[in-house]
Design a protein around this ligand. Structure first.
Ligand code: 4GO
Length: 278
């Protein structure tokens, strides 16, 4: 997957947000922070408050028609967006003549899942708009937003936490972001795992509070270990997310051995047994 990246250019994420400090941990800590330090990706925040024209630096006002809460004003958002676009063009972040996506985080958006994270990692980036309060003046959305993305069916007080999670999921897929290039590819949902859930993992000590590590993992027998891990993935996925088994089957990603194991599982306990992986 990662080898298919079209060029060595790093994705650039421009974020329009009233709370740029939200993104400090993403650029500063952990896997995403290290990838940022290595220059694998870039983030630039734009605060609409810096683009207001009144002395009070107003970014929101009451909704026409009444009702609770406040609405983000279109003008500071548009001015911030123009600045972000200009800055991207100066940096030649995007292919010439191609309009960069402007993406709003919204519960009404399209669901963001692993394929979307991979596509974002493979792209030259995007401009993201994080709303606060009750939302954003619809005229700004109609004029400028090309896509709306959602992390799931829940409401946040702002788009920032959703975007943090989305960017983290994308950035860790960048070539060179993880120390062991393989470990991203063996995660839950990845094609290398046929879109199944990941298997359980164990480390030292061999005995912990009377519980031991599955014997096969200590055997040193690579093929047996691979087979066991595959079976654990199949078992966990069949138990927790049976629709992912169906999708893997439909995509032709289940081997004959997989099917034999699943058939044995089915006759042993049946679906909905509620048992854990052990
Ligand atoms: C995104 C934004 C939830 C999501 C949001 C989500 N809530 N599920 N809240 O991805 C406009 C003001 C929307 C707060 C924003």
């Amino acid at each position: 997957m990662s080898e298919q990246r079209p060029s060595a250019r790093r994705p650039r994420f421009d974020v329009i947000t009233l709370f740029p400090e939200f993104f400090g941990p993403l650029t500063g800590s952990g896997v995403s922070g290290r990838a940022h330090a290595r220059g694998l990706w870039h983030l630039q925040a734009w605060n609409p408050r810096d683009f207001t024209r009144d002395t009070h630096r107003t970014v929101d006002d009451r909704p026409y028609g009444g009702g609770p809460g406040m609405v983000m004003l279109a003008q500071p958002l548009e001015a911030a967006l123009q600045e972000a676009r200009a800055s991207r063009n100066e940096a030649a972040a995007d292919a010439p003549g191609r309009r960069v996506p402007v993406i709003l985080l919204s519960p009404a958006g399209q669901r963001y899942e692993q394929p979307q994270a991979q596509a974002l990692a493979d792209s030259s980036g995007a401009i993201f708009v994080c709303g606060r309060y009750e939302g954003i003046d619809q005229r700004f959305i109609d004029r400028h937003v090309s896509d709306e993305w959602s992390l799931g069916d829940f409401v946040l007080s702002g788009g920032e936490p959703a975007l943090l999670a989305m960017l983290d999921a994308a950035v860790r897929l960048l070539p060179g972001a993880l120390n062991h290039g393989e470990s991203a590819r063996q995660d839950s949902f990845d094609a290398a795992l046929s879109g199944l859930l990941d298997c359980p993992h164990y480390s030292r000590p061999e005995q912990w509070l009377g519980e031991s590590v599955p014997e096969v993992l200590l055997s040193g027998h690579h093929q047996r270990i691979q087979a066991w891990r595959r079976q654990q993935s199949l078992r966990l996925t069949a138990l927790r997310r049976p629709e992912l088994i169906a999708a893997a089957r439909a995509a032709g990603r289940l081997s004959r051995a997989d099917e034999i194991y699943l058939a044995a599982l089915g006759s042993e306990s049946g679906p909905g047994h509620g048992d854990g992986p052990n």
